[in-house]
Design a protein around this ligand. Structure first.
Ligand code: SAM
Length: 266
């Protein structure tokens, strides 16, 4: 049974609240999986299997696939696919527990993400400390721009800084809204995040992450205003050494500056 037959035979109702826009273009599905470069030693996590169009492509390359799907009405089609599909909310899962029985060398995430929770999903992948080697995901085009945004642009935010600390970001290709059913309102982009072999030297990661989050609390406010609970004399010193004024905003600071500030505060 393919995606089309399932939708017709089972009278499947698309649920907007779950961000259900299924990809119908076989070439694009192939390109997503090919660009991830999966092999038999790779465990792949797919978030949001839908009717399994992408899942079916992934299992051509590896037997180790865990898919997450929140919508149980997709069981009749997903149960026909030879993959470990977990019908649950990805955001609530203990992923470390789910993956521990697999003997893998590389861990990848490949997905056409449900757009309404892109940021929480990426945050979870990062903060669960899964040590993911590569993430190849389709996201809303504007969100993809944020992943690779440069300081002083409106797209640059705390997520940009987090992602660039862990990963090298590559934009792979833009995908038209016309290749989905139902057709979404926005265009999409496939992004590849490759784990950085050498991360920047952060003395206290907990403090570093908190500093980034706090610095961007109110984007239009200066760093000084957002960081009222910090010792700003120390921060001011670091800013001056790097030719920034005290009235700088977080959106002007590159990742390296957050590292320098947090290391000096540590
Ligand atoms: N992979 C399919 C494809 O490419 O055609 C479907 C992609 S669709 C954009 C996103 C899928 O994520 C939907 O099937 C939706 O039900 C599922 N989903 C939404 N929220 C989820 C969650 N919290 N956990 C797991 N799956 C979720």
């Amino acid at each position: 049974m393919n995606q089309k037959e399932f939708i017709t035979n089972y009278d499947f109702k698309f649920k907007k609240k779950f961000g259900q826009n299924f990809l119908t273009d076989d070439n694009i599905l192939n390109n997503i999986v090919k660009s991830a470069d999966v092999d038999r030693d790779t465990l792949v996590i797919e978030i949001g299997c839908g009717a399994g169009a992408l899942t079916k492509k992934i299992i051509e390359y590896t037997d180790m696939v865990i898919g997450y799907e929140i919508d149980e009405t997709l069981k009749p089609i997903l149960n026909t696919i030879n993959a470990n599909i977990i019908f649950d909310d990805f955001l609530k899962r203990d992923i470390k527990e789910d993956i521990k029985k697999y003997n893998y060398k590389k861990l990848y995430v490949i997905a056409n993400l449900p757009y309404y929770i892109t940021t929480p999903i990426i945050n979870k992948i990062i903060t669960d400390n899964l040590n993911v080697d590569k993430i190849v995901v389709m996201v809303q085009k504007e969100v993809g721009d944020r992943f690779s945004a440069k300081p002083n642009t409106k797209e640059y935010n705390s997520l940009t800084v987090f992602i660039n600390y862990y990963f090298n970001v590559n934009k792979l290709f833009v995908v038209s809204k016309n290749v989905f059913i139902p057709k979404p309102n926005v265009d999409s982009i496939v992004i590849c995040l490759n784990k950085k072999e050498e991360k920047l030297n952060v003395i206290n990661e907990e403090l570093f992450f908190k500093l980034i989050r706090d610095s961007f609390t109110q984007k239009r406010k200066t760093l000084k205003n957002n960081l009222k609970n910090y010792n700003f004399n120390i921060i001011s010193e670091v800013l001056k050494e790097n030719n920034y004024n005290d009235d700088v905003r977080a959106e002007s600071l590159p990742l390296e500056m957050f590292v320098k500030i947090s290391n000096r505060l540590s």
